[in-house]
Write a protein that binds this ligand. Structure first.
Ligand SMILES: Nc1ncnc2c1ncn2[C@@H]1O[C@H](COP(=O)(O)OP(=O)(O)O)[C@@H](O)[C@H]1O
Ligand SMILES: [Mg+2]
Length: 253
């Protein structure tokens, strides 16, 4: 009831159906606005009233595969965590079952990674609730003002050297958890209260299963180095990568 009558404040379809589950289970009681619309997901600002006032959260809602364009991810899943033959065959053949399996695995990946990385102490948004087609996480921002992406915050980063060092520590921490982000760039890092917080993990991969993970790690490190070079913090991405990968292989990371 609340969902329809009290929180539906935007224009047509402003509050997606996927968020109903969080109204129903009491995780949230207000819908604010769309924060960002990407190819695969829409991020919304939602809220909950508590004793201390209104608290904002970010809700990431994945698009249905028809909306995000068809992309066969069979190979991706083979090298990832899908080893059930029937499921892989179904994905390859694009059967309905295959699509369902693929969709479910894809959508659970991000919350799985977030939970694991939070437990390991990484700088990622706090996962509030994982649900169907979506999840709720800590909102990074001040009131109406969302935290800027690193690319938008370039002029305001006080301690660029420190932020860069901490980001590299995070990349190392991810690797310790057998996770390579795979799309790490100044667009997927938010700058919040002097801290860099890494977001957007659905494409992350496990180097024990994905032979491309090594190349993806190098690309992630290159992206970060290229950004911080512009902030007058030069670094050698190949050397950083080589050392990190070496430690990972020796199991001393
Ligand atoms: N927890 C959050 N707090 C504030 N803003 C967020 C949060 N998560 C995502 N955003 C905003 O939404 C944008 C898109 O989120 P992201 O997870 O990168 O999805 P995608 O790039 O797949 O669309 C981010 O660049 C950021 O501006
Ligand atoms: Mg993104």
């Amino acid at each position: 009831m609340k969902y329809i009558e009290e929180s539906y404040t935007g224009g047509a379809c402003a509050c997606p159906e996927a968020l109903r589950q969080y109204f129903d289970d009491g995780t949230i009681d207000g819908y604010e606005r769309v924060l960002s619309e990407g190819k695969e997901a829409v991020v919304h600002v939602v809220s909950k009233h508590g004793s201390g006032g209104k608290v904002y959260y970010a809700a990431k809602v994945y698009k249905k595969r028809e909306e995000r364009g068809f992309k066969n991810r069979a190979d991706y899943f083979v090298t990832q965590n899908m080893y059930k033959r029937r499921a892989i065959l179904a994905i390859r053949k694009k059967t309905r079952f295959g699509r369902e399996v693929e969709e479910a695995v894809w959508q659970n990946r991000e919350t799985g990674y977030l939970a694991e990385l939070l437990a390991a102490g990484a700088d990622v948004p706090v996962l509030v609730k994982a649900g169907q087609d979506s999840f709720i996480m800590e909102y990074l921002g001040e009131g109406e003002q969302r935290a800027p992406q690193l690319i938008e915050a370039r002029g305001e980063i006080g301690d660029s050297r420190g932020v860069f060092a901490r980001l590299l520590e995070n990349v190392e921490l991810f690797l310790r958890c057998n996770i390579v982000h795979g799309d790490l760039s100044p667009y997927n890092v938010l700058y919040h209260r002097g801290r860099a917080v890494v977001i957007d993990f659905p494409q992350a991969s496990d180097p024990r299963r994905n032979p491309n993970a090594q190349a993806l790690l190098l690309r992630d490190i290159r992206n970060l180095c290229a950004f911080f070079a512009k902030c007058a913090v030069p670094a050698d991405p190949e050397a950083i990568f080589a050392e990190m990968w070496h430690k990972y292989q020796l199991n001393v990371i």
